[in-house]
Design a protein around this ligand. Structure first.
Ligand code: CP
Length: 309
């Protein structure tokens, strides 16, 4: 593993498999234990530096670091000296001066984790930057697919919806391709990025044609907060063409699963009956996120400092 995890492309097949296998070992080691804690990162400090809202990722990283016995500092830009104009660089150097070993960063600007990695000596983990990448989400998605289907090689994954604004889609495209899955992006032409033709994926505008051949359907949130133009005629029209409802779900192969990174717009890209169905892995994805993020922190920080284990 490299020192940082900034994007899915930082992981070759061996590294990605190592993270998934390590997450599995951690899950097994903690299963059935009353105290779900390992001493591995005792004496290390992990900072969660969140400039953008989050529920799952922030809590998941906090829990992951605590379960590895690290000291955890949760920094939210709201209520900090960022409101007085302090820069990302000065904030990061301040946190490092207080002894942080790893910084987990979520930022509204694509590329912020890469800048941060040039300024600090410790490890940097990208917890979602703008519309660019969200590598640990892709890792937990891959872990969940492997857990449910038993493999990733040759698995047919349809990623559906607002690909244009989705860091989850970008990270999944690169990671799943590295791990041998066959990815098809399904979206209206207005919600596909320029240059998608050079990505290692197939592209379709027709969800009904793709579903009967998919092993995994990954629905994406329609990111209204990032839309400064009209990308589709109406929410109803979007839902009719690209939403996953019970009727569409019934056309999937018997063993196919439905995923969503959350947060969901129920009734927009995914119907409640689908989100709450037996095919849905949405809750499993959240639970697996903790094991996967424990594996990432463990592998990046290399376990306990000498003499303390
Ligand atoms: N999937 C995801 O990143 O969710 P949060 O925005 O709640 O962290």
């Amino acid at each position: 593993m490299k020192r940082h995890l900034l994007e899915a492309a930082d992981l070759d097949r061996a590294d990605a498999t190592l993270v998934l296998d390590t997450a599995g070992q951690i899950e097994s080691a903690l299963a059935g234990r009353e105290v779900k804690k390992l001493p591995t990162l005792r004496g290390r400090t992990v900072v969660n530096l969140f400039y953008e809202d989050s529920t799952r990722t922030r809590i998941s990283f906090e829990l992951a670091a605590k379960r590895l016995s690290a000291d955890v500092i949760n920094f939210s830009a709201k209520g900090s000296s960022v409101s007085k104009g302090e820069s990302l660089k000065d904030t990061a150097l301040t946190l490092e001066a207080m002894g942080s070993d790893a910084i987990v960063i979520r930022h509204q600007a694509s590329g912020a984790p890469h800048r941060l990695a040039r300024w600090v000596k410790g490890s940097v983990v990208n917890a979602g930057d703008g519309t660019h990448e969200h590598p640990t989400q892709a890792l937990l998605d891959a872990y969940t697919i492997r857990q449910r289907l038993g493999r990733l090689d040759g698995v047919r994954v349809a990623i559906v919806g607002d690909v244009l604004h989705s860091r989850v889609a970008r990270s999944n495209v690169w990671l799943l391709s590295t791990l041998g899955a066959e990815v098809t992006l399904v979206a209206p032409p207005t919600l596909l990025p320029v240059g998608v033709g050079s990505w290692p994926v197939a592209v379709s505008y027709d969800l009904d044609a793709v579903l009967p051949k998919a092993d995994v359907v990954m629905m994406l949130r329609v990111q209204a907060e990032r839309m400064n133009a009209s990308f589709f005629p109406s929410a109803r029209e979007y839902s009719r063409r690209y939403g996953l409802d019970g009727r569409r779900m019934a056309t999937l192969p018997d063993d196919a699963i439905v995923m969503h990174p959350g947060p969901m717009n129920r009734g927009m890209e995914i119907a409640a009956e689908v989100a709450d169905s037996a095919r849905s892995t949405i809750v499993d994805q959240v639970g697996n996120g903790v094991s996967v993020r424990m594996a990432v922190l463990y592998l990046l920080l290399g376990g306990a400092p000498e003499g303390t284990s």
